[in-house]
Ligand binder design. Structure first.
Ligand SMILES: NC(=O)c1ccc[n+]([C@@H]2O[C@H](COP(=O)([O-])OP(=O)(O)OC[C@H]3O[C@@H](n4cnc5c(N)ncnc54)[C@H](OP(=O)(O)O)[C@@H]3O)[C@@H](O)[C@H]2O)c1
Length: 263
């Protein structure tokens, strides 16, 4: 899977604001757009990407957590394709594991999407290490990605190790920790030393951790450009040591249907 390392997150953008945000991101050079059935913005994203050569883009979508099995996941993918007005997705994910999820059937559904060309690659999101291990052990679908919360304050070391061992990309969602770093003196000092911004430090740290892609959400052009600029920032060993010492247990996305993260 050839995933552009910096993509645009699109939750909770909708309507004209979403279409404009995706349009400006594409003008700036973003090629990776992250959406989901649940975001309710696939139609406007379809409009925004309509003029771009499809082969240049990397579009991710996701089946919502109420889809229990393969047939439901396939139907969700087909509906996403129709809304996005595209013949295929570059990556299609199970958005959240749920108590109703029939793992083997769901993975068969994903494998079928890839086999039939509806999705170039398939994977999961919000799978804790134990569940990811179970999915890998079933050996039904080639899981290319686990999209999870990962940022300066949530380090996901166990998952990163597992992903590295199985050649899986960890896509960092909420990679800016929703801006929580803005008051962080350590981040500010590192940013100043490099002539970079705190947001760029946050994204560069996530990218420095190995097979990681990031999908920061920014509605406006200036922050989109700033975030794309993180690709040029190389942190040195002292920076990484200082950033490693920040608290790493601050989970920001934890809905009541979330799995047991320690599993
Ligand atoms: N798979 C999942 O379950 C899941 C869950 C959550 C999120 N996601 C995906 O991940 C994407 C990103 O996560 P997120 O939106 O939760 O959080 P985020 O990207 O960490 O933070 C977004 C917030 O940071 C602001 N921001 C953007 N660039 C900034 C910068 N350079 N400096 C300071 N603040 C900045 C944005 O404001 P402005 O827009 O006003 O600039 C917005 O308020 C989502 O859009 C979605 O695509 C997936």
């Amino acid at each position: 899977m050839n995933i552009p390392l910096i993509g645009l997150g699109t939750w909770p953008l909708r309507g004209a604001e979403c279409e404009a945000a995706v349009g400006s991101a594409l003008e700036l050079g973003y090629r990776h757009i992250d959406t989901a059935e649940m975001y309710g913005n696939e139609v406007e994203i379809g409009r925004a990407i309509g003029g771009a050569p499809r082969g240049d883009l990397f579009i991710t979508s996701k089946a919502w957590w109420d889809k229990p099995d393969g047939p439901a996941i396939r139907a969700a993918c087909e509906a996403s394709l129709a809304r996005l007005r595209t013949p295929y997705l570059d990556l299609f994910l199970i958005h959240w594991p749920s108590p109703v999820l029939q793992l083997a059937s769901a993975l068969e559904g994903l494998a079928g999407l890839q086999r039939d060309g509806l999705a170039r690659a398939v994977g999961v999101a919000n799978f804790p290490p134990g569940l990811l291990r179970q999915a890998l052990a079933l050996n039904i679908a080639p899981i290319a990605c686990n999209q999870v919360e990962h940022h300066l304050y949530l380090d996901q070391s166990r998952l990163l190790e597992l992903c590295a061992a199985h050649d899986i990309v960890l896509t960092s969602y909420t990679p800016l920790a929703k801006g929580r770093f803005l008051d962080d003196a350590v981040v500010a000092r590192i940013a100043a030393r490099h002539g970079a911004t705190p947001g760029q430090v946050a994204l560069a740290w996530a990218l420095s951790r190995g097979r990681v892609a990031v999908i920061p959400k920014a509605a406006g052009r200036a922050r989109q450009a700033e975030n794309l600029g993180a690709a040029k920032l190389v942190l040195d060993a002292d920076d990484v040591t200082a950033l490693a010492a920040l608290p790493k247990d601050r989970r920001l996305v934890n809905p009541d249907f979330a799995p047991d993260w320690q599993a």
